[in-house]
Design a protein around this ligand. Structure first.
Ligand code: ATP
Length: 438
């Protein structure tokens, strides 16, 4: 099990913020991000105002990207060293990885995730990919709860209606989404740029779509490996998720734009509910675990409750229902949120006092996400895993047999000896059937 890792990145003041006399109210101290409330600050002794002047939040990483002259300045390279390396090495080991950026419009989500120099696809990596590795990419956009393929632009109207379905083992997927085989990193960048251009083109047709849509760029890795002399495949994927501006999650903001209906931020609002419910469940689970070590055997022991309530006093093992299917985004990211994935959230914020409420809400959101517990596992071939386990069992039984024969020559023990031999034989037969050879 692994907690969602959370990073916060503070971008420079924008030209507009400078023009408006924007004051910097965010600071970073190691892994702590602090935000100052100027309204409380300006009152003498804060009399009659119970709000805190400074609120501090701890994260896995905090990046100060405000001023390049500052000694603690975090460039795109610094961010890559931490997050990019973690993402790429995780995928190479066979884990599903999800990295998503959350923050208000213009806070630097796209810059961090898909910008140049790219965080995950580096220009120096233009070398061909190893032949043992097959890579495909796809790029989609969710706008108004509808899915559009950003890499297949034959019919703009039709392409906004791809369906989300659920595979019993592989989980939710988009039916008919194009996947493109690439043989080097340059092609990955070309497809990324092509998709971004399609997103922008659409934005000119559909009013301001880029900051209202969510984009998911997925890299699928399939590695050919030899496990116990058996050819096998490890399949993993990286989801890079560029979310819509978080102010779209504000219900009052939604009311102002009746024409767009409730869909515009349904995904973002549901994401917030999913994150906070998962966080509550994880916290309830860990407090339950510390009280009762019998509950430590993972999710298999947790009954789920559709009512979403805990009963009785003290920590309960009841888990609240997670409404993944209430929005397209959360349905597609089901595995990344509380499932089989290593997930990193980057919360991007503006340092300006004019963005106080948005920054505060982003930091709270991110702080909640830290508590989500995922269950990442290496996606190896099920047969190969079984064969490995059976071979380990054979080795153990043979060692037992040898030990037994050396110590006990008595004919009375012959029966036990035969039993052990029979077990070894049975396991070898199973391995032979599964692998074609033992
Ligand atoms: N860390 C940074 N360093 C320098 N410039 C940045 C940084 N982050 C963002 N910017 C600049 O701020 C502007 C807004 O950034 P960006 O487009 O990434 O925001 P966004 O959060 O993706 O917005 P939207 O929600 O509208 O898609 C861009 O001009 C970008 O170049």
């Amino acid at each position: 099990m692994a907690n969602v890792r959370v990073a916060v990145r503070v971008r420079p003041l924008s030209k507009r913020e400078i023009k408006e006399g924007g004051r910097i109210i965010v600071e970073v101290d190691g892994n702590v991000a602090k935000i100052r409330n100027l309204k409380v600050d300006s009152r003498p002794d804060g009399f009659g105002d119970f709000r805190e002047k400074i609120v501090a939040f701890g994260f896995d990483y905090c990046y100060w990207s405000v001023n390049p002259e500052d000694p603690q300045y975090a460039s795109q390279d610094v961010v890559f060293q931490d997050l990019g390396t973690e993402v790429l090495s995780g995928a190479a080991k066979g884990y599903n990885i999800c990295l998503f950026a959350y923050g208000q419009t213009g806070s630097g989500k796209t810059y961090t995730m898909l910008g140049t120099p790219g965080l995950f696809i580096r220009e120096e990596d233009y070398a061909p990919l190893p032949s043992s590795c097959r890579i495909k990419v796809s790029f989609l956009e969710i706008y108004n709860e509808r899915v559009r393929d950003l890499l297949k632009q034959s019919d703009k109207k039709k392409s906004y209606s791809l369906r989300v379905r659920e595979h019993p083992e592989l989980g939710p997927y988009v039916q008919g989404l194009s996947q493109h085989v690439v043989t080097n990193y340059k092609q990955v960048i070309q497809l990324l740029e092509e998709g971004i251009a399609n997103r922008i083109t659409a934005a000119t047709h559909i009013h301001e779509a880029s900051s209202r849509s969510h984009a998911i760029f997925t890299i699928y890795y399939t590695q050919a490996v030899l496990e116990n002399n058996l050819p096998s495949e490890i399949a993993s994927k990286i989801n890079l998720v560029d979310l819509a501006g978080s102010e779209r999650a504000d219900p009052s903001y939604c009311k102002d734009r009746i024409t767009e209906g409730a869909n515009i931020n349904k995904s973002l609002v549901t994401l917030g509910i999913v994150i906070s419910t998962l966080a509550q469940n994880s916290q309830a689970f860990s407090s339950c675990q510390s009280l009762n070590s019998a509950a430590s055997d993972g999710d298999s022991g947790i009954p789920s409750s559709p009512s979403g309530t805990s009963s009785g006093a003290g920590p309960s093992r009841r888990q609240s229902y997670i409404p993944y299917r209430d929005s397209v985004l959360t349905w597609l990211l089901k595995d990344s949120l509380g499932g089989n994935s290593k997930t990193i959230m980057v919360a991007t914020v503006s340092p300006a006092h004019t963005s106080y409420s948005e920054t505060m809400s982003t930091l709270r959101y991110a702080s909640n996400a830290k508590h989500i517990i995922n269950k990442p596992r290496v996606n190896e071939d099920a047969n190969v895993k079984l064969i490995r386990e059976l071979r380990e069992e054979i080795r153990r039984l043979k060692a037992m047999l040898l030990n037994f024969e050396l110590r006990n020559f008595s004919p009375l023990n012959e029966e036990k000896d035969e039993n052990l031999k029979e077990l070894v034989l049975q396991n070898e037969l199973k391995v032979g059937i599964l692998g074609g050879h033992s």
